[in-house]
Design a protein around this ligand. Structure first.
Ligand code: PLP
Length: 393
């Protein structure tokens, strides 16, 4: 029998993609499935970005580029990081990758050894633990609840850090909780991290722009500039510009680490797609109205969905700070419907109500569901009505 590498046994396929596949199967059978599983904006990529890609093809910009990204895209990224985030980087501190996901993966491969631990606050983006495992290291989880708006406290962080801690993932606003850390909260976490100089901080700022707290966006380096030398900022055009399929993301951080990540990329995938790099540059340097228009739509849907969800018996949903996810507690709903786990509940919702959602346990937070509102208000309304019918009859 064919035997596989041991590392394969440590990981599982992305559960969010599994739900999408199951929903697609039911749809193919002609069922009217309402899909709230998607992790991507439902808007088209803005026209000026697509035009830049057409132009790149026409001009023959269709060959290998520098492994870590074209100089002009790197410049656009450096300008963006300075303009929006007040952070200065040199070209050797920037690596362009195939989406934010490859940036995260390169980071784990370049930094982690088998004896290392990585702190993963839960609920977490599904890939953080598995990427740590693929690098032979061990994820250490910090659990949170709605009581702290799904954010870790400095006390929890202090308790989780040990002599083997090598890295921590931060993701604000968060997929799946939708919550963002304030600058003051990050400063308090920074005070703990300051005492442990061996810990590298990975801040995944993917949803930076999809935020409605009214406060300017802050990551941990904005809150604690002295942590600059051991922080890697992960970013992408995927969510901000509705460009998930183009696969362009980047990492900014210490030159030594970024160079190692580029070396790994050079021996695995080489440069990201040349045409998509031109499109990403157009996104970063072009008119930003498309972003605020999308965010306005997400906020309106968020408000309607959260209000609606809180009318379903057994469902409690906090309003989020950003992203396009709602993350309600559904323990009451599970009890009413006789489901022992959130997995059972999401299966029941898909089979009986034809509503596709992702169970919270996929993100390390059992008793919750993740509902994506990257879909029309009408679909959201009908989904909640179906949930209500299921529970109330
Ligand atoms: N980080 C977070 C928190 C995400 O939600 C996602 C996408 O789902 C990614 C990273 C990866 O994004 P990309 O599509 O740019 O690889």
């Amino acid at each position: 029998e064919l035997s596989l590498a041991q590392r394969v046994g440590r990981i599982k396929p992305s559960p969010t993609l599994a739900v999408t596949a199951k929903a697609a199967e039911l749809k193919a059978q002609g069922k009217d499935v309402l899909s709230l599983g998607a992790g991507e904006p439902d808007f088209d990529t803005p026209a000026h970005i697509k035009d830049a890609a057409h132009e790149a093809i026409r001009k023959g910009f269709t060959k290998y580029t520098a492994v870590g990204g074209t100089p002009s895209l790197k410049k656009a990224i450096i300008d963006k990081m300075r303009r929006d985030n007040g952070l200065d980087y040199k070209p050797n501190q920037v690596l362009v990758s195939n989406g934010g996901k490859q940036a995260c993966y390169n980071l784990c491969q370049a930094l982690l050894n088998a004896t290392d631990e990585v702190i993963v606050p839960a609920p977490y983006w599904v890939s953080y633990p598995d990427m740590v495992l693929l690098a032979d290291a061990t994820p250490v989880f910090i659990e949170t609840t709605a009581a702290t708006r799904f954010k870790i406290t400095p006390e929890q962080l202090e308790r989780a850090i040990g002599p083997r801690t090598r890295m921590i993932w931060l993701n604000s606003p968060s997929n799946p909780s939708g919550m963002a850390y304030s600058k003051a909260e990050l400063a308090a976490l920074g005070e703990v991290l300051r005492k442990h100089p061996q810990v590298v901080i990975a801040t995944d700022d993917m949803y930076e722009k999809i935020l409605w707290t009214g406060e300017p966006y802050s990551n941990i380096v904005n809150a604690c500039p002295d942590l600059y030398d051991r922080t890697v900022v992960i970013h992408a055009v995927s969510k901000t510009y509705s460009m998930t399929g183009w696969r362009i993301g980047w990492a900014c951080g210490p030159a030594k680490l970024i160079t190692a990540m580029a070396d790994i990329q050079s021996q695995s995938t080489s440069n990201p797609n040349s045409i998509a790099q031109v499109a990403a540059e157009a996104a970063l340097t072009g008119d930003q109205t498309c972003v605020s228009d999308m965010v306005k739509a997400f906020k309106a849907r968020h408000d309607a969905l959260v209000a609606d969800l809180n009318t379903v018996p057994g469902v409690r949903c906090l309003p989020g700070d950003g992203t396009f996810y709602a993350f309600p507690n559904v323990e009451g709903l599970m009890a009413r419907l006789g489901c022992k786990t959130d997995l059972e509940l999401s299966d029941l919702l898909l089979e009986k109500a034809l509503v596709a959602v992702v169970p919270g346990s996929a993100f390390g937070a059992p008793g919750h569901l993740r509902l994506s509102f990257a879909t029309s208000e009408q679909v959201l309304k009908r989904s909640v009505e179906r949930m209500k019918t299921l529970v109330c009859g």
